[in-house]
Design a protein around this ligand. Sequence first.
Ligand code: ZN
Ligand code: ZN
Length: 207
Amino acid sequence: MILLAAPGLDPAVKILVETLTSAPADLSFETDAGFWQLLSGSSSSLPQALERPFEVKVAAHQMGSDVYFEGGVIGSLSLECARCLARYGHVLDEPFRLVLEPAGDRVPPDPEAATALARDGICLGDELETGWYRGNEIDLSNSVLEVVALALPVKPLCSEECRGLCPHCGVDLNDRPCKCSTLKSDSPFAALAKLRDGFDEDSPGGS
Ligand SMILES: [Zn+2]
Ligand SMILES: [Zn+2]
């Protein structure tokens, strides 16, 4: 196990090609909040707040001139639940794999990929699992960003069972039930609640 720390203002999950052999090496990178802020700063759609900074684990090896990475991004983002609006720690444990071949003299047709190849020593194809590398140093930082961005939930939930807020009185239904929602909603929960309350509200038709 080789531990390469990425210090606060120098985000880096960097792998030196010359250290790779045909036997997979287990690499582990501890990043910090500063790493994520720098990385995600350019994107307004990515959450900035972390509960736990990302750890990147990579098994890396080389076969011929191709390099193989297989690993995972582990950490926890601070997200807002779409139902109850409470902030919660959204744990990510996302696997990834990359197979890279030397770029040689080739130039990627996509300008963004060309920039990435020059800056990070790596650019990926459309399917995101294969790509090219150039030089001796491969910076996986932006690949980490990509992995996290793809793993973000469209609708964050603090728990699958989250009951959310009552649309009428705003009570957090995880804490306690409220009568308005049980009377006006046609959800199965409301029907159950009506039975439980014995129709004591006595409003024909509900309203
Ligand atoms: Zn919730
Ligand atoms: Zn209510």
